[in-house]
Unconditional design. Structure first.
Length: 135
C-alpha cells in the first residue's frame, strides 16, 4: 500500500510569515505548494480549512494525485502552522493510496510526534492532534 511523509521545519517562522508573506496561507501557496508539486507530480489541491495543532491555528488541506501504471488515486493530507514559542514554521504532509480514511489517521500520528515547543501536560499532547474546523 505504501505511505509517504514529508516534514518541513523552517526557522525564523514569525519573520518569514509576517514580513515576507502575509500569513501562513500565502506562505503555503507560494512555498510549500511548490514543494508538494515536486514530490507529488500532478497534485490537485483541495480547499484550505483551519485546524488546531499544539494550540496553534493551522492551515489544513486535502489534495489528490494519480500515480503508477494504473493511475491509482492517492490522497495527500497537509497541515502547516507557525509556532511562536520556537519561532518556526512546521509543515507536515502524508500520502497513502486511495481515500480510505487512513491518511488523516497517519497525519494525526505524524503531527503528534512533532514537538514544536514544550507541552505543559499530557492533555496538551491530545490537543496536538485535534483537527476541529473553525466556523
Amino acid at each position: 500500500k505504501g505511505a509517504s511523509f514529508m516534514i518541513d521545519r523552517i526557522g525564523f517562522g514569525q519573520s518569514v510569515v509576517s514580513e515576507t508573506y502575509h500569513g501562513i496561507k500565502e506562505w503555503f501557496e507560494k512555498v510549500y505548494r511548490r514543494e508538494l508539486r515536486k514530490r507529488y507530480r500532478g497534485i490537485r489541491f483541495g480547499r484550505f480549512k483551519m485546524a488546531r495543532v499544539f494550540g496553534h491555528d493551522a492551515l489544513a488541506t486535502t489534495s489528490t494525485y494519480r500515480r503508477g501504471i494504473l493511475m491509482r488515486r492517492r490522497t495527500v493530507e497537509s497541515k502547516a502552522w507557525v509556532c511562536e514559542q520556537s519561532n518556526k514554521i512546521y509543515a507536515v504532509s502524508t500520502s497513502v493510496a486511495g481515500g480510505d480514511g487512513n491518511v488523516n489517521k497517519d497525519l494525526k500520528r505524524m503531527v503528534s510526534s512533532i514537538k514544536c515547543h514544550e507541552q505543559p501536560s499530557e492533555e496538551a499532547v491530545s490537543d496536538a492532534i485535534s483537527s476541529e474546523e473553525k466556523a
